[in-house]
Design a protein around this ligand. Sequence first.
Ligand SMILES: NC(=O)c1ccc[n+]([C@@H]2O[C@H](COP(=O)([O-])OP(=O)(O)OC[C@H]3O[C@@H](n4cnc5c(N)ncnc54)[C@H](O)[C@@H]3O)[C@@H](O)[C@H]2O)c1
Length: 332
Amino acid sequence: MARSDRSRNILVTGGAGFIGSHLVEKLVSQGAHITVVDDLSTGRRSNLDAIDPSDIDFIEGELSLVLPELQADRFSEIYHLAAAVGVRLVVDQPVRVIETNVLETLGLLRFASSANVPTVLASTSEVYGKSLQVPFSENDDLVLGPTTEPRWAYACSKAIDEFLGLAWYRDQGLPVVISRFFNTVGPRQIGVWGMVLPRFVEAAMAGEPLLVYGTGEQTRCFCDVRDVVEVLPRLLHQPDAIGNVLNVGRDIPISIMQLAHMVIEVLGSTSPIETISYEAAYGRQIEDMIQRRPDVSKIQSLFDFKPLIPLEQTIRDLASERGSSSDNGALS
Ligand SMILES: NC(=O)c1ccc[n+]([C@@H]2O[C@H](COP(=O)([O-])OP(=O)(O)OC[C@H]3O[C@@H](n4cnc5c(N)ncnc54)[C@H](O)[C@@H]3O)[C@@H](O)[C@H]2O)c1
């Protein structure tokens, strides 16, 4: 490819996933040509159906197997979102989660470094662990549980990714930005891996009970993916963000019980709400975080980042994507 095309050629790993597909749409709308690498383990090719095929090269495969076939100097930017995501997956398949999250990121950074391609690494608010000091600021201590609890392997694997990214920045001068996503929600998110909002919406639409794990008093801050992808393409273009970690989310907490009630109300559902133990939900006892709230002062100071889409709207959009909310049999 001609060198002049390099300014518009972007690699998105995990680009057929939930956040990745929205990011690809945003980057294409800005005139970029995208190469997506995705093994479709949790993503779906159909998530990219709205993209004009001339704007995208889709490569299906595991990142570590595909990267040797690609030339890093073709790319002007990389967004690394491919990962094994979610508590359910880490409880069910701990080896896969650790291997994917650590080894794929290591390979990706080596690849990016070979042509000094600016890179965004997706991390997670899970790295804050069970810290009680809210809101969570980027330089706070990470308070993780014991290695005998599999759930902490997800947080730990993502923390290693962060260390790796920052090490490449310091050692090799690779421009890296770490994006610590808080709970991101919106169209195309699926509930099968335990993500709470699509799970609730699907249950409410099917007339089935909304299952709240634990007491439901645990709080989370939800941000619509369409707000998140407004800021992502800007991260590598702000010099003060390079070599830094940024919380990406919205700082409005809601308890999981309140969320269940909101879903019922917004969708006019008659579903009951039931609490179940973590043991019943995951097949074993797991530690949960009581609260998770971002300090967003850093990202706001750098980007004037202000999420606009209300949670009620996200719920309506998730429901309309899955069919009419009055059609209670749509998902059963
Ligand atoms: N959704 C959230 O609330 C949230 C919160 C915190 C962090 N994150 C992070 O954001 C990123 C995207 O998450 P998401 O919610 O879109 O999940 P997702 O599962 O929809 O996306 C991950 C994508 O990576 C692909 N993938 C997995 N392993 C791969 C491999 N070895 N090679 C190639 N592709 C592979 C999957 O098929 C999927 O399309 C992840 O890194 C995740 O850790 C998400």
